[in-house]
Write a protein that binds this ligand. Structure first.
Ligand code: NAI
Length: 684
């Protein structure tokens, strides 16, 4: 039974039990409706306590029902029935009350929560708005400011903040159900507060809606749902309950079939699938309970912080004692920064810092389950590191490299027990960025690859398996898009126009701004290595900038000029002169923002298709995850593969052919041409 009722001396305890997360399936909706009917008819019942079995309250819609015709009873009707029940219902929240789950809680006359509970309306993250009165009842409960913050961002609120915002009536310490029953007894004789549908909304300060619109626009970057959610909330504040409910429903239905909602749903399912790839089903991962990080620079410090955040003790190994001190200071700076931004408390920061110890002696890593190498990007340096790790570490310890471009097989060659070696490619800042490329080498054991995926789950990251090639999945595509950005400059676009066009496409930053922020030297180093291998990377302008040490913000100039101590980019005459010199033989013309975006995004899709053909990525959706979580590709566009399919693969293929005819891109690859015929990639 999904919903059961137990009577406890005038208090009915309704228990929802629909593992794993009590999702609002048809059976659950039906069960709740019937419970309301039954309990209204029972004169012995004074109040109803709605509680959930397992680890959470109702955590949202049943994703298994997505895309299928909705079956009655519909959630808005269930919510309305609970709200109009003759007996007061008390929602008892533990874990998370999200989406439809929180809307059910809003239907109840009271809400109590465990101290570690959270609640929210995350629908915008799936390109939707709440569909069962969330935008209408929430402002009636907590005011428009709280409602706008919650609904337009989709961010959940923790119990303590929920209490101060008026979302819940009390926090129950100790046994939650007993506490809720006691709460139910307390209310059963008192006069009841009006149901939310009968309450009004306090008017916000003048100018509130305009300010809210501006802040949503700054965050949404082309995403539609947050604006539509804001419109629903405004309607809720400015009209009667029924009108607002009808407006929310209409908005919900119009978004449900939208391209953006489909793209966001695609990403949601891809993320869920990523952590447990079918090819590793049944493989027991090697356990990882402790770690060493070799190298305490930008990446090493970030990786150490990520491992600490997941609760692992970490040993940082560096070249000498001075470098150890610098590395530990880098780690401390990360946690202190997190505390300053309010992400963690000062006590937790201190505890995390204390959990990272340093050593200049590799023997300190003798007993760890995992050693991650993040030293200079130099094959011989890395090989020397793994030779030492091979000697000191336990034979079953996982040994991982964070190399960006080197061949993991070359790094692994000669180490003892090569089956324990793996590429774990983190992204900078490693304690923040969600993506982790997992790169098995030729001799990596499956339980070691599985350990990489288990580690990603522990670190709350999105793992994507990548095959070995120059740059794996993400940086290989990055090389193509950077070359395209330079082709645009040679063909008449300015750095500012390219950056603006890519921001308009939905990226947080354009390609040139991003390079100036990260520094042009890393890519220059990598191009030198590629040239030494006989390759011919295309970066005529970046090469010229690096030749005059214009490495970006850190040198006061890169693609743009910077005033000392400032980050605001200014168009550079030096750069314009270099572009003009390099472009003497290239026809120049004006570019519209959408042409610029095509000239960068469509070759990205083409390279992604090649990556798929070569098996460097196993699934098209994996490439979408790499671009979204490692490179800022707009989530609401679903990643490059989903974007191309939604736009039409035939159109993408034709547009690439036209670009190729003018020398601005490679022609469509075989897979793209083939997929264009049927309009679909080979998913999954
Ligand atoms: P970094 O220069 O900031 O840090 C390297 C650290 O390694 C230095 O602290 C150095 O003292 C230490 N080190 C060098 N030789 C050592 C040895 N034999 N034993 C112990 N420590 C040693 O470099 P960064 O940026 O942290 O990069 C490290 C690795 O991570 C490189 O392979 C790089 O390609 C890769 N990577 C870098 C990314 C980035 O955005 N910076 C992103 C992803 C990967």
């Amino acid at each position: 039974m999904t919903v059961t009722i137990e009577l406890k001396g005038g208090i009915a305890v309704v228990t929802v039990d629909n593992p794993p997360v009590n999702a609002l399936s048809q059976a659950l909706r039906q069960g709740l409706l019937e419970a309301a009917e039954t309990l209204d008819a029972d004169p012995s019942v004074k109040a109803v306590v709605l509680t959930c079995a397992g680890r959470t309250f109702i955590a949202g819609a049943d994703v298994g029902e997505f895309g299928k015709p909705p079956q009655p009873p519909h959630l808005p009707d269930v919510v309305a029935r609970i709200e109009s029940a003759a007996k007061p219902w008390v929602a008892v929240i533990h874990g998370a009350a999200l989406g439809g789950g929180f809307e059910v809680a809003l239907a109840c006359r009271f809400r109590v929560a465990a101290p570690d509970a959270s609640m929210g309306l995350p629908e915008v993250r799936l390109g939707l708005v709440p569909g069962a009165g969330g935008t209408v009842r929430l402002p009636r409960l907590a005011g428009v400011e709280t409602a706008v913050a919650m609904v337009t961002t989709g961010q959940p609120v923790k119990a303590v903040n929920a209490l101060s915002a008026g979302l819940i009536d009390t926090i129950v310490e100790g046994d939650l159900t007993e506490g809720a029953i006691a709460f139910g007894r307390g209310i059963s004789n008192a006069p009841l507060p009006a149901p939310l549908s009968e309450r009004g909304v306090a008017s916000p300060d003048a100018g509130f809606w305009e300010m809210a619109e501006t802040s949503v626009a700054a965050r949404a970057k082309g995403e539609e749902a947050p604006f539509r959610a804001l419109a629903c909330l405004r309607k809720a504040a400015e009209s009667d309950f029924e009108t607002a409910m009808a407006f929310e429903r209409e908005t919900f239905l119009s978004l449900r079939g939208s391209t953006q909602a489909a793209a966001l749903l695609h990403v949601f399912f891809a993320e869920r699938a990523a952590t447990r790839p079918p090819e590793l089903a049944g493989v027991e991962p090697r356990p990882i309970r402790s770690a060493a990080v070799i190298g305490g620079g930008t990446m090493g410090a970030g990786i150490a912080a990520a491992l600490r955040d997941a609760g692992l003790p970490v040993i940082l190994v560096e070249r000498d004692q001075a470098a150890v001190e610098r590395g530990l200071a880098n780690v401390a700076a990360i946690f202190e920064g997190s505390a300053k931004r309010g992400r963690i408390s000062a006590e937790i920061a201190a505890e995390r810092i204390a959990g990272v110890t340093g050593s200049a002696n590799y023997a300190a890593a003798a007993d760890v389950d995992l050693a991650v190498e993040a030293v200079f990007e130099d094959l011989e340096v890395k090989r020397a590191v793994f030779a030492k790790l091979g000697e000191v570490c336990r034979p079953d310890a996982v040994l991982a490299t964070n190399t960006s471009y080197l061949d993991p097989n070359a790094i692994a060659s000669g180490i003892v027990h090569p089956e324990r070696f793996l590429g774990l490619h983190f992204f900078s800042p490693a304690n923040i960025m969600k993506l982790m490329e997992i790169v098995p080498a030729a001799e990596t054991a499956t339980e070691v690859t599985a350990a990489g995926f288990a580690l990603a789950r522990l670190l709350n990251k999105i793992p994507v398996r990548a095959g070995i090639c120059d740059g794996f999945i993400g940086n290989r595509i990055l090389k193509v898009t950077r070359a395209q950005a330079e082709r645009l400059l040679l063909s008449g676009a300015t750095p500012a126009a390219v950056d603006a066009a890519m921001r308009a496409f939905g990226l947080p930053m354009g390609p040139f701004e991003a390079q100036d922020l990260g520094g042009l030297d890393i890519a220059a180093f990598q191009r030198r290595a590629a040239r030494a291998r006989g390759e011919t990377p295309f970066a005529p302008i970046a090469d010229r900038l690096c030749a005059v040490e214009r490495y970006g913000q850190k040198t006061g100039g890169g693609w743009y000029d910077y005033q000392p101590g400032e980050r605001k980019p200014h168009a550079s005459e030096t750069v314009a002169a270099i572009i003009a010199e390099e472009a003497v033989h290239t026809p120049r013309r004006d570019w519209t923002p959408s042409e610029i975006a095509d000239c960068i995004v469509l070759p990205m899709v083409n390279e992604a298709a090649r990556i798929l053909t070569e098996g460097v990525a196993l699934r098209a959706a994996d490439i979408d995850l790499v671009k979204i979580h490692g490179y800022g590709f707009p989530r609401w566009r679903g990643g490059p593969m989903a974007y191309a399919e939604a736009r039409g693969l035939a159109e993408v293929s034709d547009a690439l052919t036209r670009l190729a005819e003018t020398g601005l891109a490679e022609p469509p690859c075989a897979l793209l041409k083939q997929a264009a015929g049927g309009g679909k990639w080979p998913w999954p």
